[in-house]
Design a protein around this ligand. Structure first.
Ligand code: 4AD
Ligand code: MG
Length: 430
């Protein structure tokens, strides 16, 4: 018997008898011949079924619509006119599952495609994105494991806020309530005392009330935390991680990037080190080059980030944001105490912040002060404060927004296409 192989493997054979299976991607029939473009995970290929060979099955073949599933055996050969340069002259077909009329037609609205997401995921576009996403996940693992980091899975139910109360999702927890995690960070800070170098790639949840092209309510964050390092050392990891991910996708996914019509010249130059500026310097650039006056102490908004990155063709690292507007765990920079030892990495081409990170405050009194200022109940953070009571050490870390990176690498208009089933304020199904 002939074993099933993927369409890509079949095309690599060039000319042979092959058996492939998949779904009808396009179909065109006359009363003499049926052209079925077959799709599997690897590629698409045109299959030709001549009626004279399938007299008995012709009625059934005639009922095949887009997305029917079939198994086909036949002779593969080169054919310039076929969509992917090869064609299978079918000798046998086994119809596995018929399809109803497919609800997705050409040029449909983004909203309809989201309503039909479970089906739209079969498109070449979404398939290409999901393959790139898979490469990004693998690259993150390889990057950290190659550098002897331990992977740790953080809890998802948490009693504490990590990034402020405004975006917490509250969940009924037996007779009590907890929150869905916004970041693993507080737990990571406890774990570095045993494992020292750790990472995760884990779901995070934020009740973002903004309807932007870069916010999800459920997203993946790849986070790292390290003992014995300062801000500069983790920034270096962040740069190398991003360089590593982009390089991996360029190696593994050139076909997918082509399907997405991504301008890869914008990716081939992503080599570390990246330009580094301070928040104060960013304001200066915005003022001098854009005539934009931003009051010192205000966070950079999306529009301002977009204007800023116009002057760079690599990701930009912005350090030393105003201490006042930063989370409680970010320490003041002793050289410039109005600012914090923290950084954001902004993607080129206006794709926005992809990484946020910082050195961590080790002074327990300052942590308590910061938590109080954010209106937190110190009692809930006693366990976290213990990390500073038992052999506190300098440490730092960052979090990379996986969908933000996938969106940038793929060149997508909206972050929703960077995750299979997006959740936002306005969308929670399918
Ligand atoms: O800058 P953030 O809020 O940093 C933290 O949560 C730190 N505790 C991380 C750490 O130091 N371990 O979030 C980190 C990154 C952002 O730069 C962004 O890329 C992504 O997470 N992110 C989101 N991505 C999609 N949708 C959202 N709503 C996001 N919020 C943050
Ligand atoms: Mg941030």
């Amino acid at each position: 018997v002939l074993l099933f192989i993927s369409i890509k493997e079949a095309m690599q054979k060039g000319s042979a008898k092959v058996a492939v299976r998949g779904w009808v991607y396009r179909e065109r029939k006359s009363n003499k011949v049926a052209f079925l473009v077959l799709r599997d995970h690897s590629d698409i290929i045109q299959c030709v079924l001549k009626k004279e060979k399938f007299e008995e099955q012709w009625q059934d073949i005639d009922k095949l619509l887009i997305e029917s599933s079939v198994e086909i055996e036949g002779i593969i050969k080169k054919d310039e006119r076929a969509p992917t340069g090869y064609e299978i002259e079918a000798e046998k077909i086994n119809i596995v599952g018929y399809a109803d009329v497919f609800p997705i037609k050409k040029d449909q609205s983004a909203e309809l495609l989201l309503d039909e997401r479970h089906l739209w995921l079969r498109s070449r576009k979404m398939t290409a994105i999901m393959k790139i996403r898979s490469s990004v996940f693998a690259a993150i693992d390889d990057f950290f494991r190659n550098r002897n980091f331990y992977e740790v899975a953080p809890p998802i139910f948490t009693p504490n806020a990590c990034e402020g109360g405004a975006t917490l999702f509250e969940v009924k927890y037996f007779d009590d309530k907890v929150y869905l995690t916004q970041s693993w960070q507080l737990y990571a800070e406890a774990l570095i005392f045993s494992l020292e170098k750790i990472y995760c790639n884990s779901p995070c949840f934020r009740a973002e009330k903004s309807k932007t092209s870069r916010h999800l309510a459920e997203f993946y964050m790849a986070e790292m935390e390290m003992a014995w390092v300062d801000l500069n050392q983790v920034v270096k990891y962040a740069e190398e991680l991003v360089e590593f991910i982009v390089k991996r996708v360029l190696e593994k996914n050139s076909e997918e990037l082509k399907i997405l019509e991504r301008d890869v010249s914008k990716l081939t130059n992503i080599k570390s080190p990246f330009p580094r500026i301070t928040y104060t310097e960013a304001l200066k650039i915005l003022k001098e080059k854009e005539g934009l006056e931003i009051e010192w102490g205000k966070d950079l908004r999306t529009v301002e980030e977009e204007l800023l990155v116009k002057y760079f063709d690599k990701p930009v690292i912005v350090t030393n944001y105003p201490k006042e507007i930063m989370a409680f765990y970010k320490p003041a920079d002793p050289k410039d105490p109005k600012t914090a030892l923290c950084f954001d990495m902004l993607a080129p081409e206006g794709y926005g912040e992809i990484i946020g990170g910082s050195q961590r405050e080790t002074d327990i009194e300052k942590l308590i002060e910061g938590l109080k200022k954010e209106g937190e109940n110190i009692e809930n953070y006693e366990w976290y404060l213990d990390t500073r009571r038992f052999g506190s050490v300098p440490h730092a870390g960052f979090g990379l927004g996986v969908e933000r990176v996938v969106r940038w690498i793929c060149g997508l208009d909206n972050i929703k296409d960077a995750i299979p089933f997006p959740r936002t304020m306005l969308r929670k199904s399918p």
